[in-house]
Design a protein around this ligand. Sequence first.
Ligand code: AMP
Length: 191
Amino acid sequence: MLNIVIFGAPGSGKGTQSELIISKYGLYHISTGDILRTEMKNQTELGKIAEDYIKNGRLIPDDLIISILSNVLEENSQFKGYIFDGFPRTLVQGETLDQLLREKNTSVVAVFNLQVEEEELITRLLKRGNDQQRTDDNLEVIQNRLKVYHTQTEPLKKYYRKKGKLFTIKGGNSIDDVFEQITDVIDHLSF
Ligand code: AMP
């Protein structure tokens, strides 16, 4: 299976690149942020819990997000691979993802680390806040999300680097250029 993690700070282009990868390789897109936003829109119990964390730029607790992810994996087992977008965001999530995939006799084959300057990230997120009315795309929450990214999520880079699975991509270039760098790696993967 072609299982890919798209990794990077908020605003690094994970969602945009995921869409392009899916249409080229026919993978199933799992965006934990999108799942949570849908729950919030439908005002479900889960949505109400998530809202408190999201609007402050904090991470949803590991056990909760892991149980959501494991359900999604169970319900969508017929695909030739998954793209994980916004998951994992902590070391515990990374280790659990490995475990869940191992149980299915598969694994993550590549992690694309989209690297973008902090100033550019903030500019992009403020613009998205205007365009899409996302409650977490305002300056105060953005700064908190970046802090959370550096402290809780970035350690995963070392985790995947050690496994030889981390591919760092210059994410500040055009959408097409970033996609080309990614496809170049995917097309040369042996798994
Ligand atoms: P995203 O759209 O991926 O930037 O996610 C938006 C928000 O949803 C994040 O700031 C977190 O509050 C929450 N979230 C999404 N994915 C996760 C995850 N894997 N672990 C914890 N919280 C998450």
